[in-house]
Design a protein around this ligand. Structure first.
Ligand SMILES: [Cu+2]
Length: 165
């Protein structure tokens, strides 16, 4: 019985710091969502930075409070020159790598972004909206985004840390 206790305690102490350091290894800031009038999907921006030189990647994003039909996609813009001139096209990403060297992954207009489909109007009227980001190593993180009016993309959000759990 005593052995079992110390075995479990040892296991806990071995696993605990690892889990903790993964949770703390990511810095997520500048989290903003913009909703437009009508049925246009909302768009979300943020900055993710790896602080601990641990390889990780963002695998999925969803609303913290589930709503039927709502979904969040990870997108990027790519240049398409097939028509002779440059046209920016959106592509859906299945994962986004977070570099181990600490360089930030920025979600910003014209680049990577989240698109939020079929978010209930009641959610859009709130000052904030929580999303759950699923990372391969760090697991799920609850991230609070501030909702900003269209046209004010991220202006008031710079250098503001997002509340994460
Ligand atoms: Cu998009």
């Amino acid at each position: 019985m005593k052995f079992k206790f110390f075995f479990l305690l040892g296991l806990f102490l071995i696993l605990m710091p690892k889990t903790h350091s993964y949770q703390e290894s990511l810095e997520i800031s500048d989290c903003v969502i913009i909703f437009y009038n009508g049925n246009i999907p909302g768009v979300a921006y943020m900055t993710i930075r790896q602080k601990e030189q641990q390889a990780d990647c963002l695998r999925a994003v969803r609303l913290a409070e589930p709503a039927p039909e709502s979904r969040v996609e990870m997108h990027d813009h790519v240049s398409d020159f097939s028509q002779g001139s440059e046209i920016k096209k959106m592509i859906q990403l299945s994962k986004i790598d977070i570099p181990t060297d600490g360089s930030p992954v920025r979600f910003e207009p014209g680049g990577k972004h989240l698109m939020l489909y079929y978010v209930p109007d009641a959610f859009k009227r709130c000052p904030t909206l929580s999303l759950i980001l699923t990372f391969e190593k760090a697991g799920e993180k609850l991230v609070l985004f501030s909702i900003q009016p269209a046209g004010g993309a991220g202006k008031n959000s710079k250098n503001v840390s997002c509340c994460c759990e």
